[in-house]
Ligand binder design. Structure first.
Ligand code: MG
Length: 375
């Protein structure tokens, strides 16, 4: 099988709640997502998606994803999309770094592999574990009282894991954590995610002030070394996210006992191939994972579901149903949350079919006929 064309569509995904706020005064109200089709000489098409959390979260942004795909796609025409190891080698040879650019293409090739073999991606990644898996709900940064109130609201929707967006003023963050923790019921899980927002001394103050609270601390500071200093000080379970951008950081983190849980985002590490490699290493070495992506709609939610659902339950700390946060559903067959849980499709591939009328015209087409592609 050969890749004959790569096309991309831009789609806006507005949030039900109006906006999503996290550390550093950052917020997003409409997500700018990119849907990618990888077409083949056998008439089968694979689908992928990339949706950065704005330009300030990771070294990634939506227009950059599209520019990168336009740059990379011509080098992939003629490649075998089913040989995923070789395809990733080819992408890395043609473009150094920029893992988020490669993510949607790799995702689409996994969709193709599933469709051609007649198997769901979850089966190719180890097999569905049980009927479904647990999700967390992110709680956008607001006042302590407003965030605490959301715990009860989201529990009514079925969620039992809550991720508070902190990383602001340390005194307010201590109040956010303590106030929200008072709303917890037996079986709930609370995470305080600072998204790199605290200085090291602020993080040490917060970590010390919540020593008696049943809460996980996630990515307190910008650098790995700062996070490690906080980790060595706190008695709370510890999650690393933004700094874990590849398997080398996972290996170093495990060697340093720098975390108990990692947040594994598909596009942060360059696609499902690399995410699965890291997932399997973490399972072998006993590190739990939140499996998700930077954001996204129906296709990314489906890809997350296949990777998460094929992960042994004790190592799947939580996962995300991003398509329930946004107002636009653009693909049939996408997984839908039920009682705070999600399940991957049993259809071949990712099990999603984009609604082409909703996507409209592609913003990028690379098919070998029109040179380097149109943007
Ligand atoms: Mg995080």
């Amino acid at each position: 099988m050969k890749i004959t064309a790569i096309r991309a569509w831009q789609i806006d995904l507005p949030l039900h709640e109006g906006s999503y706020k996290w550390s550093g005064g950052n917020s997003v109200s409409v997500f700018d997502s990119t849907v990618v089709a990888v077409e083949t000489d056998e008439g089968v098409t694979g689908w992928g998606e990339i949706c950065p959390l704005g330009p300030a979260y990771l070294p990634a942004y939506a227009a950059g994803a599209r520019a990168g795909i336009a740059e990379l796609a011509p080098a992939l025409l003629g490649a075998d999309p089913l040989s995923l190891g070789q395809l990733n080698e080819r992408m890395d040879a043609a473009m150094r770094g920029h893992p988020y650019v490669k993510s949607a293409i790799d995702m689409a090739c996994w969709d193709l592999l599933g469709k051609v073999s007649g198997l769901p991606v979850a089966t190719l990644m180890g097999g569905h574990v049980g009927n479904d898996f647990a999700l967390y709900r992110a709680i956008s940064q607001e006042s302590p009282a407003q965030m605490a109130k959301k715990v009860g609201q989201y529990r009514k929707e079925g969620y039992r894991k809550f991720q508070l967006k902190v990383g602001g003023d340390p005194d307010v963050d201590i109040a956010r954590i303590r106030t929200a923790a008072r709303e917890l019921e037996r079986g709930d899980v609370l995470v305080a995610d600072a998204n790199t927002g605290w200085t090291q001394h602020a993080a040490l103050r917060v970590a010390d002030a919540v020593r008696d609270v049943d809460v996980y601390i996630e990515q307190p500071c910008m650098s790995y070394e700062q996070c490690l200093a906080v980790r060595r000080h706190t008695n709370r379970p510890f999650v690393l996210d933004e700094v874990v951008d590849g398997i080398d950081m996972v290996v170093q983190g495990i060697a340093d006992q720098a975390m108990d849980v990692i947040n594994l985002k598909i596009s942060k590490v360059g696609g499902l191939t690399r995410a699965r490699q890291i997932r399997d290493l973490c399972v072998s070495l006993g590190i739990a994972m939140t499996i998700e992506d930077t954001w996204g709609g129906d296709i990314i939610t489906a890809a997350i579901a296949h990777l998460a659902h094929s992960t042994p339950e004790r190592y799947l700390f939580s996962s995300t149903d991003f398509n329930s946060y946004v107002t636009v559903a653009f693909a049939d067959g996408a997984p839908q949350r039920k009682a705070g849980r999600l399940a991957a499709s049993h259809e071949p591939g990712l099990g999603v079919a984009p609604k082409m009328k909703l996507l409209g015209r592609p913003v990028l087409e690379v098919d070998g006929k029109a040179g380097k592609g149109r943007r």
